[in-house]
Design a protein. Structure first.
Length: 166
């Protein structure tokens, strides 16, 4: 079995739940935040939609250098735009995973800011932590935002108080 097959299965499974959550984001409240130190709702939803694309960054590049990386988030204005961003990034991720050899996962990947190195890890570890765990972390954060906005939550790993299986 190719190493990528396990990541593909996981990402496909998790993408279903992530998409259900993104479908419920009230984009008419993009500046809403639960606390002054928290990310705005529009930025958080955008970040969740972008994160599957980090799979490609982890596998297809050997480093991310913040000194040369120019990031300008484009906050979707509609649910359709948000879902398209997510779907496009998921497709990129699947393409990178499908094209990755087993050897690719043991290659080194570095995160830096110019000369300052934050980490160098095998791409498999970067894929797990920097890409996938990062996605799940922010998806959970988005779920808290939606709960605070009284938006019914979909089940992710089982039913919620809003969607019972009974």
């Amino acid at each position: 079995m190719k190493i990528s097959e396990a990541f593909i299965g996981e990402l496909q499974h998790e993408a279903e739940s992530t998409r259900k959550l993104l479908e419920r984001v009230p984009l008419d409240k993009p500046d809403w935040t639960p606390h002054e130190k928290s990310m705005k709702l529009g930025n958080l939803a955008n970040h969740v939609a972008e994160l599957p694309g980090w799979v490609s960054v982890s596998l297809d590049q050997d480093e991310l250098d913040f000194a040369t990386f120019e990031y300008k988030p484009q906050i979707p204005k509609t649910t359709e735009e948000l879902l398209k961003k997510f779907d496009d990034n998921l497709a990129k991720a699947m393409n990178s995973l499908n094209n990755a050899s087993n050897e690719k996962f043991s290659e080194s990947w570095t995160m830096r800011n110019g000369e300052k190195i934050f980490m160098t890890l095998p791409k498999a570890a970067v894929l797990r932590s920097f890409s996938l765990n990062h996605l799940y972390h922010h998806r959970a954060q988005l779920g808290v935002y939606l709960r605070l906005l009284d938006v019914p939550l979909p089940g992710i790993y089982g039913p919620t108080a809003d969607e019972s299986i009974m």
